[in-house]
Design a protein around this ligand. Structure first.
Ligand code: CP3
Length: 348
């Protein structure tokens, strides 16, 4: 059993694998007709995430179509607040809606002791996907588990929904720093429980999505993004030394250097706005990079996409690198453009 033979795991371990392994954020989703078919049979999105049969099936769909180097567990970053007993609902066309958490009573209502039980169906999905990958002959495809990073999860819990700028969340972090800190720390602990359980169920790498890290000024970025991420990475490394963590501090800009050095993540996901060559100079040597094609270039296809792919490949040759997008694939992406993208990366 040469586990490290999977290209994704070799790249995350610091090896400049070429052509680079490739997978795409939100690779399972509405742009695929086979996803929409399963989605239509589920009562709602939470039911889809907590029905192992269906969640495992949609996790496998993009692997069967494109033979990606990674499968990513089909779930959502907001399933952790859900497991903590915080309300969660996905409204059609509106996105997630949660009760806004703005005071000590809201924090006290969270139930960390519920997490281990509530996540059982998600762990069952992880086991089924590992079994399906082996059974269907995808021996080179690694399984990635994931969670939202504490700051981004707190953004949705405090705001009560998505937002352009998470103004209420940032206001709370200024007006009641101790409450906000306690929320972040509670989420960091619960995230360790959640990710360690995914690893024990069969996840071979884990990713922390910090989609809103970039709304914070440097001092608060350090406090609410870098510090809890470092704590999570440290504890996961202690429990599961061989399992790499990919950090995705979206829109962190120049702070990505501090983030990579201080947190100890094995890999950094680059958002669309980052220049891969510059990021390579900012992060410690040996840290793998992942990213960062504009998802809209995949909607466009043709030379707009091919030129973007080429530029990233040229910049990353010789580095430990995983090809991906700079943010999630969008629903109106033509599936055949994804096929062309994978073909171009594999011809590098
Ligand atoms: O294929 C994969 O990448 C795995 C599954 C996955 C989903 N969400 C499924 C999903 C992953 C890794 C996520 C992460 C996630 N979820 C993030 C971080 C990455 C990012 O995009 O910044 C965030 C911020 C969320 C929160 C979230 N979930 C929002 C804001 C929404 C509504 C907007 C939308 O895209 O619909 C969701 C719902 C969601 N999560 C869908 C999927 C496939 C769409 C729901 C549906 O099918 O109806």
């Amino acid at each position: 059993m040469k586990q490290a033979a999977k290209p994704l795991l070799r790249a995350l371990a610091g090896e400049p694998v070429w052509p680079p392994p490739v997978w795409l954020m939100r690779q399972a989703g509405r742009y695929l007709p086979e996803y929409r078919a399963v989605r239509a049979t589920a009562a709602d999105f939470i039911a889809l995430c907590t029905t192992p049969d269906q969640a495992a099936e949609v996790t496998m769909q993009p692997i069967r179509r494109y033979r990606f180097d990674a499968a990513i567990l089909f779930s959502d970053i907001l399933m952790l607040p859900w497991a903590l007993g915080h309300g969660l609902e996905y409204r059609e066309g509106e996105g997630p809606v949660l009760p806004p958490l703005r005071d000590a009573a809201g924090l006290q209502a969270l139930r960390p002791e519920r997490v281990a039980g509530a996540i059982a169906p998600i762990l069952e999905t992880v086991r089924r996907v590992r079994a399906s990958l082996a059974k269907e002959g995808f021996s080179e495809t690694a399984l990635i588990g994931f969670a939202g990073a504490p700051f981004t999860v707190a953004c949705y819990m405090v705001e009560g929904s998505g937002s352009r700028d998470f103004a209420a969340t940032r206001a709370l972090a200024y007006s009641d720093p101790s409450l906000f800190q306690r929320l972040i720390d509670l989420l960091a602990d619960a995230t360790v429980t959640y990710l360690a359980a995914q690893i024990e169920a069969g996840a071979e790498a884990v990713m922390l999505f910090d989609s809103w890290a970039g709304v914070l000024p440097p001092a608060q970025f350090h406090e609410h993004v870098t510090r809890p991420t470092q704590a999570i990475v440290h504890e996961l490394r202690r429990r599961h030394p061989g399992v790499p963590v990919i950090g995705f501090p979206r829109l962190a800009g120049l702070l990505v250097g501090e983030y990579a050095a201080a947190t100890g993540v094995q890999a950094v996901g680059m958002d669309t706005a980052m220049d891969p060559s510059r990021v390579a100079q900012l992060v410690p040597p040996g840290v793998a990079l992942q990213g960062n094609l504009d998802p809209l270039a995949v909607v466009a296809g043709g030379e707009a996409m091919a030129g973007g792919v080429r530029a990233i490949l040229d910049a990353m040759r010789g580095h430990p690198f995983v090809f991906n997008l700079g943010h999630g694939i969008v629903p109106h992406t033509p599936p055949e453009h994804v096929a062309a993208l994978v073909e171009q990366v594999r011809a590098a």
